[in-house]
Design a protein around this ligand. Structure first.
Ligand code: RFL
Ligand code: PHB
Length: 389
């Protein structure tokens, strides 16, 4: 079999790239290790930057997002019972959209199916051959049969645990990593959100986040210990702990109910450089991870897709490899800024096991500066709504 671009991974970055390329007449095959139901069952991101919304529009997949996504003009930040608001739209002219990754992924699957796009599910043993030659290939097995695809390019969109990054020799790759000494315990519940904007809460018991998917579906997170397991946390214990971490005025009106999903995610900052090796290009979580505090994971995946899509269009439509040659540098330039923001916001909002009284004073004083200083709020808002592509 032959195609122009083999895309490894049918998560949001792989599907978005495939859909965008298709709209410009560039053929691709998506290889996904899991089933579609499994991919759609992963509850992850909820906040979309304007850039990602623009890409969904360009992909012809933004109708439902515009109909059902909720425009958020700002966010609340709390410290104990103190609370202040950062107005994104006033400070930057741009809001964010709250729309679940699950829904966005579903829209992309629907579009790929409608366009007759080729997606192979439940593939195993995906192996990249000759990425540093002009004739790369990808082999895989499905249903006990081994297949091989010849292609021009390979997009590694297979997430943090995928095979694409590992295919780049260690002599070429440099990895940067920071592992945080805590995780996030998240629940989804069929209850109305406690507030119409997100609340990022710093409390002496640790971080908490009140988010949502729609007016009847809430998403809440609390900082937890890395040694905790989901079974340690009953719904009742979760709600009690959340109430203790958010301002009392919010805790009083919090509507609780049974969780319909509960999971723990560790927090990590990670970047691999370069994001290209020969004809293999890494996109999204395959190349970098951010702690979720800044809501940047899916959005950085989208900016990679933008740069790669641009480069591939330039290659196929204008016969120039300038765009693909610049891919890694352009993508990394934006990634590192999102890494910095996510690291900064995580450091500001969490309790660290080894935090000294001096460190705590630094946090309090930084929160106070953010509360009272317009320039600081503007910098926060610019990063949160997303730096320009
Ligand atoms: P994904 O979503 O991990 O998809 C990769 C796909 O590749 C498949 N795969 C393979 N397929 C074939 N062969 C192999 N060898 C393969 N290995 C893996 C996998 O099955 C999967 O389907 O990566 P992608 O597409 O780069 O997308 C990245 C985003 O999913 C991720 O960055 C975000 O979810 C991060 N994130 C958030 N991002 C935001 O922008 N805003 C948020 O509000 C936000 N909140 C979050 C988050 C992530 C979280 N967790 C659980 C990590 C909240 C949480 C709790
Ligand atoms: C979410 O709704 O899942 C969410 C929102 C904001 C974040 C992280 C996660 O910073």
């Amino acid at each position: 079999m032959k195609t122009q671009v083999v895309i490894i991974g049918g998560g949001p970055s792989g599907l978005l790239l495939s859909q965008l390329l298709d709209r410009r007449g560039i053929e691709s095959v998506v290889l996904e290790r899991k089933t579609k139901e499994y991919v759609l069952g992963r509850i992850r991101a909820g906040v979309l930057e304007r850039g990602l919304v623009g890409l969904m529009e360009e992909a012809g997949c933004a109708d439902r997002l515009h109909a059902e996504g909720i425009v958020h003009d700002g966010t609340l930040v709390s410290h104990g019972d103190d609370m202040f608001r950062i107005d994104f739209t006033e400070l930057t002219g741009t809001p964010v959209i709250v729309y679940g990754q699950t829904e966005l992924t579903r829209d992309l699957y629907d579009a790929r199916e409608k366009a007759g796009g080729r997606i192979e599910f439940e593939v195993d043993d995906v192996t990249i051959h000759g990425a540093d030659t002009d004739a790369p290939q990808v082999s895989y097995s499905v249903g006990g049969e081994t297949r091989r695809i010849d292609c021009d390019f390979i997009a590694g969109c297979d997430g943090f645990h995928g095979v694409s990054r590992q295919a780049i020799p260690l002599s070429v790759r440099t990895e940067y990593e920071k592992v945080y000494p805590f995780g996030w315990l998240g629940i989804l519940s069929q209850t109305p959100p406690v507030h119409d904007e997100l609340i990022y809460a710093n409390s002496e018991r640790g971080f908490a986040l009140c988010s949502m998917r729609n007016s009847k579906l809430s998403r809440y997170y609390i900082q937890c210990s890395l040694s905790d397991s989901v079974n340690d946390w009953t719904d009742e214990a979760f709600w009690q702990e959340l109430k203790r971490r958010i301002p009392a005025t919010m805790a009083e009106k919090l509507v609780t109910g049974p969780s319909i999903e509960k999971s723990i995610a560790p927090l990590r900052s990670f970047v691999t450089e370069p994001m290209r090796w020969g004809r293999l290009f890494l996109c999204g979580d395959a190349a970098h991870i951010v702690p979720p505090t800044g809501a940047k994971g899916l959005n950085t995946a989208a900016s990679d897709v933008h740069y790669l899509y641009d480069g591939l269009c330039e290659f196929y439509k204008a016969g120039s490899s300038a765009g693909i040659d610049a891919y890694s540098e352009r993508a990394l330039n934006r990634i590192w800024k999102a890494e910095r923001f996510s690291w900064w916001f995580s450091s500001l909002m969490h309790r660290y096991p080894d935090q000294s009284s001096f460190d705590l004073k630094m946090q309090v004083s930084e929160l106070d500066f953010l509360r009272s200083n317009k320039a600081a709020q503007t910098a926060m808002a610019q990063n949160y709504v997303g730096l320009p592509y």
